[in-house]
Structure formats: structure tokens, C-alpha cells
Design a protein around this ligand. Structure first.
Ligand code: ADQ
Length: 489
């Protein structure tokens, strides 16, 4: 039987009870647990051994993990450099944080080729390969060069920006051409898919056919929208189980009846934490009746701490949090609690349930699972209110949230006041609407739809071959002088 092979930059810690601070990890792990398969990725180890990297294989229940190490040079150029220093900020419309270096891009190509070579050793001809995220845009291209004809799909967990923004990356044309070697490209929202299709039409001389099928570079690639979801019942179960309430009980006691505004994020400039803190400060200024009567708690474990932009945002947040507390705190009241740590899911979900307001205001986000988890964790009879950025993918589905512009501090402050004053009837109504959407677009539905479309994709590729033979092949925008991918040592 055809196996599912998941490929992502990192494989998740499989041990239950450990904090998992990445949305991709949460989604993929849940998906693989259901049906089993292979998960392939970087071990997280940096090895100075430059010889061909060893495979590490281990099984955890129905999941077999294969991992490879990276050299220091590749880690610096691929992970810190191109993936997280160029692609991540650009895909999140934060070009001010982006930098580009051709040596880093070489490392990105090299690591994608390395993944492909290691993967090719374990793939069988009828396996289906599902790659994840922005680290692996060139994976299918490398696998095709090795002669693999398997069905290969990519799901992009981040946004995909409008073409003029993507084109700030000097290697944009090569990246897009490589992406067209996948059979299926999945996006979180229709905006993201449309941006990619716009690039293909306007910059790559390609055409859009029916139902999201694009033709470019002599290939046909299907594109689709697959909003990632959460296991609603599982989240509610974790949130309500008394055995998980150790932290939530301590939090509850410490609040002394004051309502809690809660935010949970990886510490990342795309999550909009600095503007959120300033919006909370504005809220205390504009609505002084809430002073001494509310607590805002931000949980934000540091991530990517060896990249300067991340160290900088951490310093900035410490300064702003200190200023707000210095300005408003009383002997018996601290308005902002800022926690630089992660929590196991079982501990986090009851914390969501304690919060009267879930404040989720990224500047851009592919989806944002915290928003969905917050909604799922609420008691349907007395739910809290979600205040959600219009720039999170989740806002496309959770229209019944209080949707805000994270750049508008006055607007966010007003939404917080409105959320805290909202009557039970309206809270229940909004919550029920959001829960209905989330049940339809669950994590299972996300996985099933992507897999079904990927299985169908192979027929599509064959079916389109004839049609393409009759039409003029689209012109490529990639200069012929572009270097090929490095062969691996
Ligand atoms: P992330 O950027 O990591 O994911 P998000 O979608 O919010 O962001 O997922 C975070 C996940 O990690 C959630 O399941 C959450 O519970 C957990 N988490 C976050 N902070 C935590 C903390 N302090 N302690 C413990 N757990 C924490 C990327 C994209 C998103 C996209 C996801 C899934 O950037 O836009 O929604 O992948 O596709």
C-alpha cells in the first residue's frame, strides 16, 4: 500500500507532555498519529562531520522517524540565513527584517538537495510525499532531478505575499520555478493562493486553468486552500480535565476575581507583541476604569535566539513590559505578566479556559492555531471573547471574533473594552458560530483534503500532458545562466 511520507525541517519531540511551541509540529504529529507513516527531517543536531550525513531511524508507535544532521556551514546559511533571515520575514510581509546573501541561498539549495538524496534512499515508487513549509521549496525539484516520479505535495504554513513583495528576494524566479515541480501546492487562505497564482500569471508567463490548476515552466501544478485546524474535542477535553489544572488553579487564585486577557505566541516579530503591549498600555490610558481590574498575561517562549532580529525583539519587549508595569503597577496589582517560557499542551489548554479574552494580534500569520485553540478551550455556556488580527489566516474563518487591525492601537484598546463588557448571550452566539466553522475545518479535514487532492494529482499531471502538448509552452523567466543545484559530496 502507498505510504505517506511527511518531510519537514524539524521532526517534533514525540514524547507526550513536552512543550511543543511550533504549529507545524502540532498539526503534523496529530495527522501522522492517526494513520502512521514516515516523518523525515533535520535532527536538530549540528555536526562538524562533513561526510555524507548518517540516517537516524527510530519508531514511535505508528510513526517512523528518519533524521539527518546539518553541518555548521549549512545550518548557518540555510537555517539562520536564507530560511529564517530571508524567506520568513518576506513571506510575512516584514521586508524590513529581511536580508539576502547568495551564499545563504547556495546553502538553502544544498540542504534541499541533501534532504532529497537522503529521502530518495527510503522512498518506494508508490509512496506519496508531503513536504511542509518554507524550508523545502526546492525539495520536489531536487527529487525530480534524482528521477523520482512520486506524487509530491507542499503545504505552506506561512502566508504567501503579493508578487512585488516576493520579488524583493533576488532568487525569486528560481524559487517559483522549483515550486512548480510539486504536484500540489497547498495554502492556508485564498489570499495566499491568489498571490502565488498572480505571480505565475504575471511574472512567469503561466496560465491559470480550472479549479486552481496552474500551468508554467512546462508543468502543471494544482493549487488549493487548506486551512489548518485543531482537534476541537481534544482541546476541550484537555482544557476541562481537572487533573491538568495545577497551573490554571494557581493562576485563578492569583487573579482575585479580575478578568484575564491572555496571549500565547512564539516570541517572533511577526506575532506583533510589541504593538500589542502598546495597545494594552493605550487601553489602560483610555479606559482607566480597568486599572486594577484586569490582568494581561503574555506567554512567549523565545525562539530562534541565535538570530539577531529575535534577540532584538526580546530586548524591546522587556523594555516595553517594564515601562508599562513601572507606569501602572500598584503595591497589590501588576497589569502585565510576561512569561518567557512554554507550557505542555495539557497545561496550556486550561490556561486558555481561564481567560475572559484571548488576544491574538499577529502582523501576519499563516493561520494561527492559538486563536483556534482558545476558542475550542472555552466553556460553550460561558465562553470568553476572541480578539483577532485581520492579518491572521484564522480571521478568514473566525469572522465572529472581534476582528482588529493590529497596527491600530486605539482600535485594539476599544476591542478589549468591548470584549470585557460583552454580555453572555452575545459571547455564546459568537462562540457557537466560530466553533461550527472549526468543527467543519478540523485538523482531520485539513489532512484528508490535502491527501485526497495529492492522490488525485498524479492523474492530473498525466491528463494535462496532452493538453500542454497542443499549446505553446509558457515562457520561463528564469535566466539560463542560473547555477544548478550543487551536487552533494
Ligand atoms: P507558529 O508560528 O508556531 O506556526 P501557531 O499557529 O500559533 O504559530 O502555532 C503555535 C502552536 O504552538 C499552537 O499549537 C500552540 O499551542 C503552541 N504554542 C505556542 N506558544 C506556546 C507556548 N508559549 N507554550 C506552549 N505551546 C505554545 C506556523 C505558522 C502559523 C500556522 C501554523 C500551523 O506560522 O501561521 O498556524 O504553523 O500551520
Amino acid at each position: 500500500m502507498s505510504r505517506l511520507i511527511v518531510v519537514s525541517n524539524r521532526v517534533a519531540p514525540i514524547t507526550e507532555g513536552e512543550p511543543t511551541a511550533g504549529g507545524l509540529a502540532a498539526g503534523v504529529l496529530d495527522a501522522l498519529k492517526q494513520q502512521g507513516g514516515i516523518w523525515f527531517g533535520w535532527s536538530g543536531e549540528v555536526s562538524d562531520d562533513t561526510a555524507a550525513p548518517a540516517h537516524l531511524e527510530r519508531s514511535a508507535g505508528p510513526i517512523t522517524l528518519y533524521t539527518i544532521d546539518l553541518s555548521r556551514r549549512d545550518y548557518d546559511g540555510f537555517y539562520r540565513g536564507f530560511a529564517n533571515g530571508t524567506l520568513w520575514p518576506t513571506l510575512h510581509y516584514q521586508v524590513g527584517h529581511a536580508q539576502f546573501d547568495w551564499d545563504d541561498f547556495d546553502a538553502y539549495r544544498r540542504v534541499n538537495a541533501l534532504f532529497a538524496q537522503a529521502l530518495a534512499r527510503v522512498v518506494r515508487p508508490d509512496d506519496m510525499i508531503w513536504a511542509h513549509d518554507y524550508h523545502l521549496l526546492c525539495l520536489a525539484d531536487n527529487l525530480r532531478r534524482l528521477g523520482l516520479r512520486n506524487r509530491i505535495g507542499l503545504f505552506l504554513h506561512t502566508p504567501f505575499p503579493a508578487p512585488p513583495l516576493f520579488m524583493t528576494i533576488p532568487a525569486h524566479a528560481e524559487l517559483i520555478q522549483a515550486m512548480c515541480q510539486f504536484d500540489l501546492l497547498g495554502f492556508q487562505t485564498d489570499d495566499d493562493r491568489t498571490s502565488f497564482a498572480d505571480y505565475i500569471r504575471r511574472q512567469a508567463g503561466g496560465v491559470e486553468m480550472d479549479a486552481g490548476v496552474l500551468s508554467a515552466f512546462g508543468r502543471t501544478v494544482k493549487t488549493g486552500v487548506y486551512p489548518i485546524g485543531v482537534h476541537v474535542e481534544e482541546v476541550r477535553h484537555l482544557a476541562a480535565a481537572p487533573s491538568h489544572h495545577r497551573y490554571a488553579a494557581r493562576l485563578h487564585d492569583s487573579l482575585l476575581g479580575q478578568p484575564l486577557i491572555l496571549s500565547v505566541d512564539r516570541l517572533d516579530y511577526s506575532k506583533g507583541l510589541r504593538l500589542r503591549f502598546i495597545a494594552f498600555e493605550r487601553f489602560l490610558e483610555e479606559f482607566p476604569q480597568h486599572q486594577r481590574n484586569v490582568v494581561f498575561m503574555q506567554i512567549a517562549p523565545p525562539s530562534r535566539g541565535d538570530i539577531e532580529a529575535y534577540r532584538e525583539i526580546r530586548r524591546e519587549l522587556e523594555a516595553v513590559a517594564g515601562r508599562i508595569n513601572g507606569r501602572f503597577a500598584e503595591v497589590d496589582w501588576t497589569p502585565l505578566r510576561y512569561l518567557n517560557r512554554g507550557f505542555a499542551r495539557s497545561a496550556l489548554m486550561p490556561l486558555y479556559a481561564e481567560a475572559r479574552v484571548g488576544l491574538v494580534t499577529p502582523l501576519r500569520d499563516g493561520m494561527n492555531l492559538v486563536a483556534k485553540e482558545y476558542v475550542a478551550a472555552q466553556d460553550p455556556n460561558d465562553p470568553g471573547v476572541l480578539v483577532l488580527s485581520q492579518f491572521a489566516g484564522a480571521a478568514r474563518e473566525l469572522e465572529a471574533a472581534l476582528v482588529v487591525n493590529p497596527y491600530d492601537q486605539v482600535g485594539v484598546a476599544a476591542a478589549l473594552d468591548r470584549a470585557l463588557a460583552m454580555q453572555q448571550g452575545e459571547r455564546c452566539e459568537r462562540h457557537a458560530a466560530m466553533l461550527g466553522v472549526m468543527r467543519r475545518n478540523s485538523l482531520d479535514a485539513w489532512r484528508d483534503r490535502f491527501e485526497t487532492d495529492l492522490r488525485g494529482g498524479v492523474n492530473l499531471q498525466r491528463g494535462m500532458a496532452e493538453a500542454e502538448a497542443c499549446s505553446q509552452p509558457p515562457e520561463t523567466v528564469v535566466p539560463s545562466t542560473l547555477p544548478l543545484y550543487d551536487p552533494q559530496p
